[in-house]
Ligand binder design. Structure first.
Ligand code: AMP
Length: 458
């Protein structure tokens, strides 16, 4: 088949069962993405797969569709396929995909993750499911309580294996694998291939087919730009950028949970429809923010890398790195949220002089220099305030010891419960140095003599 023929190939080539073809139509997919073209035939043949693909390439359907095809015949009422994923968002998203693509197949799936009541999951498992999409910790709980059996499993998928490693899930995954039958099909997906993933792949996969899609470069539907700026002017510049750019929906990344929450608050204060998510939000609050972002209630979502993992929001027009990510891989993961499938997107990164090496690293992966841009009429020379309080936490009130021992009856309004106080779940740390304010204390803007001096000529 020529490249051109491949471009116009459609899902009929795979000869899926009519109920699965109905699912593909319901999802609105017309042409298989490159990873689907490569992975689907191999998975249908029963081969093990090492898939090197970032989010946004269509990798979920690349494994879901052939798994549905495999399961459509054969027994029902016991677990035949297991997908292990690092975050509950990703687990839910994969499960939603299975729901859409497999709607007419009668196959039942469940997503399993912690932070929610286990009993509803136990009840659903007891009614019988053929597919489980799970985060490792809660799945182990079920295995320990014997509320699920994986003894007749046929297919194992490890999705975003590099993230699972980062999050320390490998010991749990090894424990789960001890409960699986030795004879099974294994599919492993990872956006990057560090040594640890290679080891895991060698342990788990049997004569795998390796499929690599865009590992070294993100989707070419994304254009990139850096905006050099001093630390203390980042938020002002962000506001200007948002005012001056025609955006649909914007995902903004920060380095810490606290910064995500603060930026979210500041944007909302300035009249933007903005919300933030961080790792320690309750599941309900996360869902509310994510659904709000999906349905347009919020045009802007501010997130940390961990909180944003697995977010599938088609139609994100802009990813803005308020803080540059620490590695090129993280950059690729972040911008994987824009320019998905057929649409285009823009990735903006605010950079300070401290970030120069990180920018060069990203450029090496992209294989090109990233355009440096300035905003006309933005005053880059405003000096840093003497005491930059932008990300300072409110000082903790000293509590006399006797008070905590003999707490008087509360008469005032109830404080926010842990589940309703966004990132404030952690007690405030007194006198914390404002994040990103190394140059505070009245110094000149850092870009003054640095290598990222904003230049107006473009
Ligand atoms: P994923 O990489 O699995 O997270 O998929 C990224 C996005 O692309 C999701 O919104 C999918 O629903 C969508 N998608 C997957 N396959 C196709 C396809 N063949 N055509 C159009 N969109 C697709």
């Amino acid at each position: 088949m020529t490249e051109l023929q491949k471009e116009f190939m459609d899902f009929k080539t795979f000869n899926f069962h009519s109920s699965i073809a109905a699912g593909i139509e319901a999802a609105g997919y017309q042409t298989p993405t490159p990873i689907q073209r490569k992975a689907i035939p191999a998975v249908l043949k029963g081969q093990d797969i090492m898939g090197l693909a970032q989010t946004g390439t269509g990798k979920t359907a690349a494994f879901v569709l052939p798994i549905l095809e495999r399961l459509i015949d054969g027994g029902r009422g016991f677990v035949r396929a297991l997908v292990v994923a690092p975050t509950r968002e990703l687990a839910e998203q994969i499960n939603d995909n299975i729901g859409t693509l497999g709607k007419k197949t009668g196959l039942r799936s469940i997503s399993i993750y912690g932070g929610v009541n286990i009993n509803a999951q136990i009840a659903k498992l007891a009614r019988g499911v053929e597919i489980i999409v799970a985060c490792p910790g809660r799945l182990l709980d079920h295995l320990k309580q014997q509320t699920v059996s994986l003894s007749r499993l046929e297919v194992l998928v490890l999705d975003e294996a590099d993230h699972m490693f980062d999050m320390g899930f490998f010991p749990d995954i090894k424990r789960i694998m001890q409960q699986l039958p030795a004879r099974r099909q294994n599919l492993l997906f990872s956006a990057t291939m560090p040594r640890e993933i290679l080891h895991l792949a060698r342990e788990v996969l049997h004569q795998p087919v390796t499929i690599q899609i865009g590992i070294t470069a993100p989707a070419d539907t994304v254009t990139h730009a850096i905006y050099p700026v001093a630390h203390h002017l980042k938020t002002r510049l962000l506001l200007e950028l948002l005012k001056n750019t025609n955006t649909e929906s914007v995902l903004i990344f920060t380095r810490t949970k606290h910064r995500a929450r603060r930026i979210g608050e500041q944007l909302a204060k300035k009249g933007f429809k903005a919300a933030s998510i961080q790792g320690n939000l309750s599941q309900n609050r996360r869902r509310e923010a994510l659904n709000g972002f999906r349905d347009g209630t919020y045009q802007i979502l501010v997130a940390t890398d961990i909180a944003a993992r697995g977010i599938d929001v088609s139609g994100v027009s802009h990813v803005i790195n308020y803080d540059i990510p620490n590695t090129p891989d993280a950059y690729i993961h972040r911008i994987g949220r824009t320019g998905r499938a057929a649409s285009t997107g823009e990735a903006f990164t605010l950079v300070t002089d401290d970030d120069i090496n990180l920018v060069r690293g990203i450029e090496r992966v992209l294989g090109a220099r990233i355009k440096s841009k300035v905003i006309d009429d933005f005053d880059y020379d405003i000096p840093a305030p003497k005491n930059n309080q932008e990300f300072a936490r409110p000082p903790r009130k000293p509590v006399p010891r006797y008070k905590s021992l003999h707490r008087p009856k509360k008469t005032g309004p109830k404080p926010l419960s842990r589940s309703t106080s966004a990132a404030g779940a952690k007690p405030a740390r007194p006198q914390q140095r404002p994040a990103g304010s190394k140059s505070a204390a009245g110094s000149k803007p850092r870009h003054g003599g640095g290598s990222f001096r904003p230049r107006r000529s473009r």
